[in-house]
Write a protein that binds this ligand. Sequence first.
Ligand SMILES: NC(=O)c1ccc[n+]([C@@H]2O[C@H](COP(=O)([O-])OP(=O)(O)OC[C@H]3O[C@@H](n4cnc5c(N)ncnc54)[C@H](OP(=O)(O)O)[C@@H]3O)[C@@H](O)[C@H]2O)c1
Length: 251
Amino acid sequence: MRDALGAMQSVLVLGGNSEIALAIVDRLIEGRTSRVVLAVREPAGAQSTIDRLTAAGVSASAIAFDALKPENHAKVLNDAFAEGDIDLVISAFGILGSQAEFDADPMFALQAVNANFGGAVTSSLIVADLMRRQGHGTLLMITSIAAMRGRADNYVYGSTKAGQDLFAQGLGDALVGSGVRVVVVRPGFVHTKMTDGMKPAPFSTTPDKVAEVVVDGLAKGRELIFAPSILRFVFAGLIHAPRMIWRRLGG
Ligand SMILES: NC(=O)c1ccc[n+]([C@@H]2O[C@H](COP(=O)([O-])OP(=O)(O)OC[C@H]3O[C@@H](n4cnc5c(N)ncnc54)[C@H](OP(=O)(O)O)[C@@H]3O)[C@@H](O)[C@H]2O)c1
């Protein structure tokens, strides 16, 4: 339950090995968060994180969750909520891939669509229903700055995130008045295992910096968070730049 001050005591992370999500969790447990559930493909692989969180005084556990197995999402999520109220769900799973890999293997592109968009839709609809029934909760969906405009070098990934982002906006509007809110986070380039070996984009940042902006945004009741925050202003201009200019900028 959220305590009297509105702090999030229990957190469920879908894609519980995500470096960005775990950085957010690390910030939250400095406050009042005392229960963390990591939903991951291989629960045994999350043991070191569980040990670290437990040592910090948190009740931590891992459950099996695969974004590409939507037929299991209802049971997995119902079971997680049956253990006690969940104040915050962080939807953090994702496949980046490269445009070259997608061009060479359209079935891999479909897998990215099914995980990043399809898995986000099924799991979020179920989370929304469970939170509506418990009467409160926040669903934090990590989309991407790549969702904002199509680019030649990542348009499969970008379009999966655009679908997720638009879905999250609409879901948030649909939940107004229910006690449940949806928060969209659009990070730029973040140094994690997902981007390992890639050339950093301008305004690249770290999971901890993203977490700082996200936790601040959550506390302020924001519905849309850019990380770093400057991307909000950069993209306010870039979104309207003529396509010729966007292409020249590498778009
Ligand atoms: N890093 C960036 O520059 C960046 C920028 C914008 C947005 N994002 C988004 O931020 C989110 C978190 O990314 P991150 O940077 O923290 O990367 P990350 O550490 O690689 O985390 C992504 C996680 O997604 C999980 N995952 C992949 N496919 C899955 C599936 N089918 N079912 C369940 N989990 C699955 C992976 O789980 P396993 O541990 O099992 O492999 C991995 O731990 C992603 O949605 C990503 O698209 C990242």
